[in-house]
Design a protein around this ligand. Sequence first.
Ligand code: 26V
Length: 813
Amino acid sequence: MFTDKDSFKKVFSESLIGELGRPLEEATGADVYKILSGLIREYAGKDWAATNQNYKLQQEKQVYYFSMEFLIGRLLGSNLLNLGILDMVREGLSELGWNLEEIEEQESDAGLGNGGLGRLAACFLDSLASRQYAGHGCGIRYKYGLFEQKIIDGDQVELPDYWLQKGNEWEVRRADKSVEVRFWGRVDTRYEEGRWVFETQDYEAVSAVPYDVPVIGYGHHHVNTLRLWSAESTMITRKNVASKHDDYYKFLSYNRSVESISEFLYPDDSQYEGKLLRLKQQYFLCSAGLQSILRTFEKLGLPYTSLPDKIALHINDTHPTLLIPELMRILIDEQQMSWDEAWDITNRTVSYTNHTTLSEALEKWPTSMVKDLLPRVFMIIEEIDRRFCSLLLAEDPSNTDRVSHMAILGNDQVRMAHLAIVGSYSVNGVAALHTEILKKREMKSFYDQFPERFNNKTNGITHRRWLIHANPKLKQLISSTIGDKWITEPTDLLRLQDYASDSGFQTQIHQIKQHNKINLAAYIEEKNGVKVDPNSIFDVQVKRLHGYKRQLLNVLHIIHLYHEIRENPSMDRVPRTFIFGAKAAPSYYLAKRVIKLINVVADVVNNDPLVNDKMKVVFLENYSVSLAEKIIPAADLSEQISTASKEASGTGNMKFMMNGALTIGTMDGANVEMHESLGDDNMFIFGLRSDEVLDYYQHGGYDARAIYHQDPRVQRVLEDLVQEGPFSSAHRDFALIYDSILNHNDEYFVLKDFDSYVSTQLQVEQTYLDRAAWLNKSIMNIAHAGRFASDFTIDQYASEIWRIRPVHELIMK
Ligand code: 26V
């Protein structure tokens, strides 16, 4: 196709003419993006085919990562990088008069995820391919991704994200690989030739059509597949449409209901709601994914007893847990296996990751809903539950409390986490602290029952997207200082420790940070019309908006600072720019009030000449993967201030660290492990520890009002939320926030941690004044970030959970 810059330029120009009939001079940015991405897909196509061919020949064990979310963002840049042709293409385009970074902006973000869980799935796909594992993604091709956020008058407004409008250059529709998924109906049970036969009648059939996206690994011509399923009406139903007028309308309405299955991503991150359509989506993913996997498996010509040797099925949180009864159904009803045989295979094939201990996020489906929608699957869940409960009872006949506490079915609900644990051979948490909390508290009885299943896999991030692609100047500097080895072995970044106090190196780190800050400042001015000072501390909190993440603590500190500076305008304070980005679930009213509060505070602060040269506040709308890539490289300070015990891991914390930001944070999630590497010298830790928080939850004893009465600073900032004044008025009503703190006893301990947060922020300022000291810490952060590369995490999943090794013997181009 093309092998160097000149042949690239030639092929590119010819394709423009050949495919769009446009000469170079007349091409638009959109044309250039379309042709370029098409060429790249074709370029990777050979490797994709070769990888698949090799899997077939070697009969390699395949891992399938089932996830309702893959927050992959844009693919052009990361694909060029992983193919090793980024610089060549950038230069070639530049000689043709185009800037690659601007062309990248033409691509819509694939926002098929809510937050951490979905982005983790995307980082894992990148690492699976880059480390040459046979590991694929299995998800849903939502027509609408996570809503687009607009800020109007300070409020969040949600707009549909029709990301496919301009087409998706990376996907390939594979209609020939469609499968049928069945809903509703009733089960006929009969005894035939010595065994029970279960047959579902009068079901509604839906056609699941896969769209495959190549997942291109770094440097090895290794290309895996992300298979995203789309729901369509089946041909059979279409043919069944009689000429009768009435049936035609019935068909149209059936068609609409079918297509709604893959219509949109549920935006309610961390908040469970028992919606029928969501249950349909989950079963649709599990059934379609599993059928296509088993088709591939059957081509190997091996008995089903060898399934666990050839296939690993991983479920990302409980959302795809129906995989367990669905696999049982296929093995028993279609492969005529006995229960015990089927259970043994299922139990040795499925593994599960837990991503949260928030009780409001635990999925519990109403039994009647599962029973009606999936009658045969429900029978199997009942049987799994019956056997599990009798096992518990046999072990400890007097302890019926334990049985009802651990049962899969209880209170007319199907408890998905229980089903996931009982049906899997591995259950992992996503950071050391989180896994300990699962074992000792949230899932203690299951840990006591199956201790060998529980393990920790601390999350990671792909350094290719989050450092090499997002921060090319930093990448350049690192490579010219310690060589390129860190690119394939990220822990080699540790060698940067030797340069932490080197003033020449510090200056270069500083210059890169300034360059990134100037770029972000330009973006802020363009989007928000606010001029910010690139010499101020860029203090950043970007993540989903949730009570436990405590954006409120950050805002209360800003209000406090505002008062301090106004009272004493000549006071010597280091200028700060507070930057926020966050989407709130559309129905999470309190979270939306916090967005409004941030915007109101921003408006007041940014327009007050008394404070204005010392502080600015900006809320960047529509936080997304591509926006994160602009913000994170420009951050000085990373806010990771969740109520200890509540943030399972966090992954934003790792991205900031890798880009040289210092963290102010609680001892929560992966912050604990960051602190283990960095020590007190290189991280700002404050606030309650998780044990203290959990003890308060268990035994009570916290009184938010007492703090309000003791601390005049707290009183002042809280009264600002409800008294007529700079921040509040009749149409700026923050009484709900005030109530949540004082009348509902501050569930997330904002007041309790306020004092230590304020004093730690002062420490941050003092440190920033000493530029050499700050840069030293910044370099130490980059140096220790290699441990949090997802390549490392994936190696652990591969060897300890999935039992697979990298595939090195690929047929090369
Ligand atoms: C939950 C639900 C509940 C049902 C409705 C839709 C929906 C969508 C997403 C979720 C997932 C919430 C769990 C989650 O995202 N956890 C985050 O996982 C990250 C990756 O492990 C981790 O870093 C974050 O700490 C954790 O909050």
